[in-house]
Structures are given as C-alpha cells and as structure tokens.
Write a protein that binds this ligand. Structure first.
Ligand code: ADP
Ligand code: ZN
Ligand code: ZN
Length: 821
C-alpha cells in the first residue's frame, strides 16, 4: 500500500511513500504523517490518497510515523485544495500551509519525547555522544520540538539522528495540538461597597450627585445588579451592559472607578456559549425584501449562484439572515464570507441575536488556539452551524454545507496576493459550495463587473433591490474642485469650505462624520527642501512614509524603518520636511479643525491588536467618538445610524491608477463609502474632494448610477479585450540581481510568445519594481475567455520545466497570479 503525501513545499506534486504493515489499519486520507524527504530532512505531511500502484524508477521510502489517530481534514477539503493548486497554479503544499491553522501545522506540531516504556539501560555504551545528549535533554525536558533540540544540541540535521532512535522505539514523535480552550474574558463592573452598607451607598450617591451622567451610571448599576433586592443574590454586571443601559462613556466609568465607586474585574466566559437568553426570530421583511428573497430562492432552483444587487442600506443583511435561518433549520451549515475583519465585528453582534451559539467566527486576528478550537468543533460535528469569517474560512472542515453567502463580493481583498496560494476567496467559495451541492449567494451594492456580466448573461441569477430600507434616501454626493478652492483660498487646511461646513453642521446636530483617506501613516513624502534628498527603502523601490507617533520613516512593503533624521543626511541642513497626508495626519488636522469633537482613527496601524477593531467600532457606534478617520476599511459594509456626513479627502489617487480595473475600483470604493452616510431617517451628505471634478466615474457616483457605470465599463472591456472577455494570468519573476531578473523575464516571455503569440504582453517592471530586496519583472498573458484554461496551464508548466535548467530561470523565483484583482 502506498500513500500520496502533501508536503509543505513549493513543488508541484504530491510524494509517494509506502505504508508499513503495522500502520495499515490506522492510516487514512487526511491524517498527518512524518516522512523523510531527501537524505537529510523530515517533514510532516498529510495523506491525500491511498493506492497500490508502486512508483517506478526510484526506491520508495516508508512513512516514518503516523501523527493522528483520526483525520484532521475532511475528504472534500482535500479535493478543494487540489482544485486551488491547479486553478491558481501553485503547489498542493502551499495550499496546505495556508489552509491549516498554525496549531495544526506540521512545523510547529512535531514534538519529540522519550518513550516511557523503553528501558534506557538497554542503550548503555551503544550511543554516540550526540545521541546521548539528545536523550539526556529529552529526559529533563520531557517534550521538545525538533527545532528546540537542534538549537540546544547545536547540531544540524537532528532529524536524521532521530530516525534510528525512532525506529528503535527510544523516542516517540507526537502531535502537539492545543487542546485547551483559550478562555474568552469579559470586562465586568462591581460596586466597591458591601451590600447592605447603606451609609456607604449614600456617600456614593452624594459623590455622583453633581454629575447627571455619573448618577445615571450608578443607578443603572443598582438596577442591573438587583442591589437593593437584598433577599435575592446579586447579579453580575458586564461593562457593556452598563454602558448600554446608562449611556455612560468609558471615560465616565473610569472616573467613577477613580472615585472609588466602581471596581473593574475580568471574568472568563465560554466563547461557544455566549450568553444569549432568548434567540430572536429574524426581523420581518419589507415587501421589497420579501420579493427579493423569493426571487433568490427561485433562482436557486436552476442556478448554482445568484447575485443580489441591492443598493447600500437596502437590507441585504436582513435577507441573508432569513436564508441562513431556513438553511440551519433544514440541518445544514452556512458559510458567511466577508472581506474585512471589521465587518465580522459588526455582523457578529447582529447575527448573535438570531443564531446564538450556532454562530462561529473565524479570521486571522484570532489566536491560534481559538482557530484550532473552531476547526476541531467543525471537524467533530455535523451540526448546523453558521460560520462568519474572512477569506481563510473557505478552508474550514465543513461537513454539510447548504449555503454560502459572499457579502461585498466585489471586494478586491477577497483575492490573496501574497504569498501563494493567490486565490480568490469568492470564486473558491463558489467551488466549495458546488462540491457540497450547496448554493452561493453573492451580494453587493456595486457588483464586480465580471460578476454582473455573468448575471446579465444568465449564468448567475440576478436579483435587484433598488431602494433603501423604509425608503431612506441615498445620500447626496457633491464633488469639490480643490484647484478652485485653492485659487480662491477657501481651504481650511485639508478641508475644503463645503466639507468643513458639512462636518461642522453634523457636529452641531449631534451627528457623526466619516472621513476617508486611502493612505496610512502621517505623511507619504519626506523631502529635504535644500537639496531634494528623499528617503527610500533599502529593500524596496519605494519612498518611506513618515509615522509621527513613532517618529519613524517606514516602508509599507517590507516594514523597514529608520528614525527620522534630525538633519538631512545628504547636505546636513535642517530643512527635511514632510508633505502629503496619511490618515494619521488627517486625524490630527481634524482634531485641530474641530477641537470639540472626539476623533478616532481606523487603519492598519490602529488595528494591529485583535480587539482594536471592535473597540474602535463600538466607540463610534455608541457615539463615544464623533468623527472616524480611516482608510478603505471604512468603505466596507459598516452600518452606523448617526453618520450624516462622509468626506473623501483626496479622490485623485483612486482615479489615476494605471490598471484596467482602476475605474471599477474607484467607483466601488466611492459608492461604498458614500453608502455609509444617511442610513436611517436623515438624508446623508457626501463630499468628495478632487482636482478632477469632471472625471466620468465621479458623475456615476453622484447619480448612484451603477448600471450606467457598468454599461460604460463593459464596453471598454469588450473593446480592449479585458476580463470578462479574456482571462489574465500574470507571471512574475523575481531575482536578487536586476540583470538576471530582466534577462530571465525576457527568456520566459520569448518562449511564451512562441506559443501564445500576441497574447503575451511584457516583460515589464511592475509599478513597484523591487520589494524586500527582490527585483521584479512581470509578464501578462491575456487569453480569450473561450479558451481552455486547463490547456493553457498545462503549457505553462511544461514551458517552465523546459526552461528550468537555464541559470537565469534557475536563480529566479517564478510565480503566477491567476485572475489578478
Ligand atoms: P445593506 O447590507 O443592504 O447595506 P443592512 O442590512 O445593513 O443593509 O440594512 C440597513 C439598515 O436597515 C440596518 O440597520 C438594518 O437593521 C435595517 N433594516 C433592514 N431591513 C430591515 C427589516 N426588515 N426590519 C428591520 N430593520 C431592517
Ligand atoms: Zn521596503
Ligand atoms: Zn539636504
């Protein structure tokens, strides 16, 4: 018997090993095994199939050890991995690495320990010095990873040494899957007084009497905890519940703690048993929503995929909720995919009310423990569960998927760009659904041009919702010509007169504003005014961005950072200045322009911690902050009722991107940010600052005219033969030597042209042509939509193999980006 094993390597195949007789009863597809690769290395791999055809031409090695007693991935997952590897032109090992949470991944999970049943005295005298020290080490440390042993023993290739010890049964290798639940902690509040001590309580009453808000917080606490009903036990109060009941801000609670009234403490709660007393039934749908839902179900009768095109605020989420409910009731699982972690935050609260413990959330900000927990929960049950997650949740071990929802399906961030697998989670989700015989619902106010094309051609069902819920109006969009503002000296710092007025009015009416700038950091340009020196990354072909908080110049591609020089390193003058605006600076300027307002910021820099999204969003949702400044994270589906103004500080960088999708991206982004305004009764206002007010994309945004935009865009795609009328594969080549990169790319492009002719464009240097010390070259392959992609990919592989021995190719790394976004 033989097993095909997936190894975590960038090699385009699985590897064959023979199954030793004593393992035959236990091995299965989806179990992890330890195998020797080459003469020196061991890897943990995963069995993808079992067969009995012996490979010819080489001697097969045996599997060294079996790590699982039962599979850790399900059979359909392996089929999906295969599809991803072949469709996105990457190795099965790369998919395997992306799919498993780190805790289940080989490198971290192979642990060596002594076999307790082995009598060590048997070995006396027969051991080499190194072996003896390994055993000594294991005897004192009990369990160690291979890496740790290597470090301590200071000898490489420890694995080759372990193999004989393993064979003799001296040591054993086991999995280290984290079994423990990483506890979830809730912030609690208690009164810092003894119950029944009425004097103490009166003293507290006196302290808070001067502030209505503090008084309200105290009373709310007494009420929630049942403090005065001394015959019944005290109820614990969460900080959140107190905030909701009393309207107190975190600052008020903090002040009350300092006054000795409240005491904060933390309590461990079970993540899977969130305390939802009674589940609510989904809200009843409006007639328009009801109709849309019926149309979706109808479309699902003869189509696998349906597109729900509903304007922002039309209540798509409510429709999803109904469909989820029906699917769970029918005993099947649901995957709800969103492009941004910030969205899972807001949706979790919304969906928890209806689905309680059946809702599981999965994304990359979770700790590894938590992710392994969720993985195992799904692996060991067929329960109807709802999984809400970002991109990587397509890899979970679903058992019985009935419905996949992809919200904001147009989002480019569904596509993983680096590292491989460069997969699109939306398209992968469609594949996943079809493997389970499930349906996929795509939802967006601004569908991707490709998706809308498929829907209008009848490949997908198409359902349209053109009104906001309860007739709320779409916001009024106005563009401001920044050149004109400047000429007439109307700008107040970064704010044009109309935007300043709009924000000011909103604040006076106790409403909120969102300000959008598609760049993080403080200032994107740093220049010496005397000599023109400008700092650049040493590893990449980009300039460094100034971050004020850390007073550093940083590379946004590789993370390289240096302190801001006090004097110009080129000429020694002290005239190094910063130019341009990132979100950090916008937040600072906003603060100066509106000193009364509470300003917060959401971008990559402020959301590094797991809970920071939640904190920023909760603060804004409970109106503890008035203005939220942020990057495109703000544009994605967030639902805040009090936002009446949205400002786009600089639209120009969006409108002038050198790429065939730039119009689509700009329209989607602007229409989506605009959609965050006026989502309830009040009509919202959107102010877009630009130096190109006549841009055609802006006209469509002003009119909220998706159809008009689509018609124009699809014509130009047809004319220029861009997707959906063709399919694109970008081929990248990187090398540490710029000449080798260039020559390798030319060689590759010439070979491709022999086969594909004019369908090959390039090679050229990409926009950023050096990243993390690698020089990049790119070649674009544009294939007719009707051609067989399987054949194309086969040609690409053979072509690569035929060139692989050339030193220009051999010294380079080559990778593919299929359907780039
Ligand atoms: P979309 O996802 O289309 O942008 P949402 O689902 O967020 O829209 O709906 C916008 C707002 O209208 C939300 O606050 C939502 O709670 C409310 N809403 C939508 N449909 C209903 C409904 N049937 N009953 C009650 N509230 C609704
Ligand atoms: Zn860099
Ligand atoms: Zn200088």
């Amino acid at each position: 018997m033989f097993a095909e094993v997936i190894l975590p390597l960038p090699l385009y195949s699985t590897f064959t090993y023979s199954i030793p007789a004593d393992m035959r009863g236990d091995v299965g597809v989806g179990t992890r095994v330890l195998v020797q690769f080459g003469t020196r290395k061991f890897y943990t791999g995963i069995i993808s199939s079992i067969h009995d055809s012996a490979p010819v031409g080489y001697e097969v090695k045996e599997i060294s050890a079996l790590l699982d007693s039962s599979p850790i991935v399900r059979y359909p997952q392996l089929r999906l991995w295969e599809w991803i590897a072949s469709y996105y032109l990457c190795s099965p090992g790369e998919v395997y690495k992306a799919a498993l949470p780190t805790g289940l991944k080989p490198e971290s999970s192979t642990v060596v320990s002594l076999n307790p049943d082995f009598d060590l005295t048997e070995l006396e005298g027969s051991l080499s010095e190194t072996d003896a020290s390994i055993i000594q080490l294991l005897d004192s440390e009990k369990k160690l990873s291979v890496g740790d042993i290597e470090k301590t023993i200071k000898s490489p290739n420890i694995l080759t040494r372990l193999k004989p010890l393993l064979d003799r049964g001296v040591v054993e290798i086991s999995e280290k899957i984290v079994e423990r639940y990483a506890p979830k902690v809730e912030k609690m509040i208690a009164l810092d007084a003894k119950r029944g001590d009425h004097d103490a309580l009166h003293a507290m009453m006196d302290i808070v009497a001067r502030s209505k808000r503090r008084e309200r917080a105290l009373i709310a606490y007494l009420d929630l905890s049942g403090w005065m009903q001394e015959q019944s036990p005290l109820r614990e109060v969460t900080r959140q519940a107190l905030i909701e009941r009393s309207g107190a801000t975190p600052a008020i609670l903090k002040a009350m703690e300092e006054k000795g009234i409240f005491r904060f403490y933390k309590k461990v709660v079970n993540r899977f048993h969130s305390e939802v007393a009674d589940l609510l039934p989904p809200a009843s749908l409006s007639p328009a929503q009801e109709k849309a839902k019926a149309e979706i179900l109808n479309a699902f009768r003869d189509r696998q995929v349906a597109l729900l095109h509903g304007v922002t605020g039309s209540g798509k989420t409510e429709i999803y909720t109904h469909l989820i409910h029906t699917t769970l009731e029918a005993g099947r699982q649901v995957l709800f995919l969103v492009p941004e972690i910030s969205l899972t935050t807001q949706l979790t609260d919304r969906l928890r009310k209806f689905f309680g413990e059946r809702l599981l959330v999965y994304h990359s900000k979770f700790t590894d423990n938590e992710r392994v927990d969720i993985w195992k929960r799904l692996l060991h049950s067929n329960d109807p569960l709802l999984i809400l997650g970002a991109r990587s949740s397509v890899f979970l071990p679903f058992a019985n998927l009935g419905l996949v929802i992809v919200d904001e399906e147009h989002e480019a961030s569904f596509k993983q760009y680096d590292p491989a697998p460069r997969y699109n989670a939306r398209d992968t989700a469609i594949m996943l659904a079809s493997m389970h015989g499930a349906k996929t619902l795509l939802g967006s106010a601004t569908p991707a041009v490709d998706t809308y094309y498929k829907a209008s051609e009848g490949k997908y069902g198409l359902i349209t919702l053109s009104e906001r819920f309860e007739g709320a109006e779409l916001p009024e969009v106005e563009t401001v010509d920044m050149r004109d503002q400047k000429k007439r000296k109307l700008n107040k710092g970064i704010f044009s007169a109309p935007l300043h007025l709009a924000v000011d009015t909103a604040l006076k009416e106790k409403k909120q504003a969102l300000l959008f700038q598609n760049r993080r950091g403080f200032a994107p340009f740093v220049v010496c005014d005397s000599c023109g020196w400008s700092p650049r990354c040493v590893n990449c072909d980009v300039s460094l961005v100034y971050h004020k908080y850390s007073d550093q110049l940083r590379c946004h591609y590789c993370g390289y950072a240096i302190p801001r020089p006090a004097v110009c390193p080129a000429c020694g003058s002290n005239s190094v200045e910063v130019y341009g605006y990132g979100t950090e600076r916008i937040a600072e300027e906003t603060h100066l322009a509106f000193p009364e307002a509470r300003v917060s910021r959401m971008d990559l820099d402020t959301t590094r911690n797991k809970n920071s999204y939640q904190e920023i969003i909760e603060e804004f949702a409970s109106h503890d902050t008035d203005i939220l400044v942020g990057t495109q994270m703000l544009s994605k589906g967030l639902d805040f009722g009090d936002v009446t103004v949205v400002g786009v500080l600089g639209a120009d960088s969006l409108l002038n991107f050198p790429d065939f999708r730039s119009n689509e991206r700009a329209f989607n982004m602007l229409e989506q940010v605009a959609g965050r305004a006026g989502r309830r009764a009040e009509k919202g206002r959107v102010v877009i600052q630009t130096s190109d007010p006549d841009n055609a994309v802006l006209a469509f945004v002003k009119a909220h005219d998706y159809q008009g935009f689509y018609r124009r865009e699809i014509q130009s795609r047809r004319r220029l033969l861009y997707p959906p009328f063709s399919r694109i594969i970008n081929i990248y080549l990187k090398n540490k030597d710029p000449h080798m990169a260039e020559e390798g790319a030319r060689l590759m492009a010439d070979a491709l042209r022999n086969v594909f002719g004019a369908r090959v464009l390039g090679p050229e240097k990409p926009f950023v042509s050096r990243i993390a010390t690698w020089y990049l070259q790119s070649i674009m392959l544009k294939i007719e939509a009707t051609a067989s992609m399987t054949k194309v990919k086969h040609i690409l592989r053979t072509l690569y193999e035929s060139l692989a021995r050339d030193r220009r190719i051999k010294s380079s790394i080559i990778y593919y980006d299929v359907d780039p976004s």
